[in-house]
Design a protein. Structure first.
Length: 327
């Protein structure tokens, strides 16, 4: 399948301002040179610990925030510099489902107004057409049509997230960024929402960037997985291959922390030393220098993201050298 999205060396550095004059004293390097692709109809899982830049990357792709540098190709066109009316037209093709179903819905608007607002803004429908479209969208996400006259506070977290999904579907987008859409929900509700997202993806031929820190959810829903650490992509691979044979030390550590429900299974858990470095002042060379295999070169040179096997990319000096020597 052709690529729907291609991200090339994407960066987002937030300025830190201090003093009465608000002078820039530094930058938070939230996303620092990220590159990956998403094929049409694919679900790409983006994983990593809190603060690694996953959500920022997702918001950059749908242009909720402006990038500091880099390219965002959507259907082969760089949308990074696009603004104004051109950007509004582009947004019909890309939507986002937010993490917090309680904060992402306007409490002063009815459910019908929330779901129908994109149709009104883009001039796609009016009056009875909007009502009919809202009714159809509510039924699509498994909710009753009469809910459209109610307000967000009358619904549970899972129901609110379904409303958020219906709003994202209103414009028939090609790409949906799912920003940890189930992390705020109970486990039983998580399964329902994940199944709904899978059904919708198959029905409407959607493309997802699925951002999460729950690896079991990512393993279930994703075709490929990209692992992010301190603003950088350190490994990407097909889901089954990544979980079967992780190559990057950080990915190994992440997977070793996933609990296994079978007490008879023995597994070595990797405990990393020290704390995650600050994105304000990241370490030189490899950002993951705290790994147990670090060498002198890791502190001097940043490892490039190399394809060590078909569709399996890794950014690690030690792993790359081992793969090259064994080939």
């Amino acid at each position: 399948m052709p690529n729907l999205v291609e991200v090339i060396n994407l960066k987002k550095h937030f300025p830190i301002r201090k003093g009465i004059l608000s002078r820039i004293a530094g930058h938070v390097q939230a996303v620092d040179g990220v590159s990956f692709t998403i094929a049409e109809g694919e679900i790409l899982g983006l994983v990593g610990e809190s603060g690694c830049g996953k959500t920022t990357a997702g918001r950059l792709i749908v242009k909720l925030i402006e990038p500091t540098a880099g390219e965002i190709l959507f259907k082969g066109r760089d949308i990074a510099p696009v603004t104004g009316a051109e950007l509004r037209a582009l947004r019909r093709n890309m939507q986002i489902i937010f993490q917090d179903p309680y904060a992402s819905l306007n409490p002063r608007m009815t459910i019908g107004e929330i779901i129908g607002e994109p149709l009104l803004i883009h001039g796609i429908a009016q009056g009875k057409e909007i009502e009919d479209r809202v009714t159809h969208l509510l039924q699509t996400v498994g909710m009753e049509p009469f809910y459209r006259t109610r307000y967000p506070h009358e619904f549970s977290g899972g129901q609110r997230q379904r409303i958020g999904i219906a709003r994202a579907l209103a414009l028939n987008p090609k790409l949906i960024v799912c920003d940890e859409p189930v992390s705020a929900l109970d486990v039983s509700i998580q399964a329902q929402v994940i199944n709904l997202l899978e059904d919708l993806q198959a029905k409407f031929k959607l493309t997802y960037l699925f951002i999460a820190h729950d690896l079991s959810v990512v393993k279930h829903i994703s075709n490929r997985v990209a692992v992010m650490y301190l603003g950088k992509i350190v490994e990407t691979a097909w889901t089954q291959e990544l979980f079967r044979q992780p190559l990057h030390p950080y990915t190994e550590a992440l997977l070793s922390a996933v609990p296994i429900p079978d007490p008879t299974v023995e597994r070595r858990q990797i405990v990393l030393k020290g704390d995650v470095p600050s994105p304000i002042n990241p370490p030189s060379g490899c950002h993951f220098r705290r790994c147990p295999y670090a060498e002198d070169v890791c502190s001097k040179e940043e490892p490039p993201l190399l394809e060590l096997s078909p569709y399996h990319w890794v950014a690690c000096h030690v792993v790359s050298r081992s793969a090259i020597s064994s080939s």
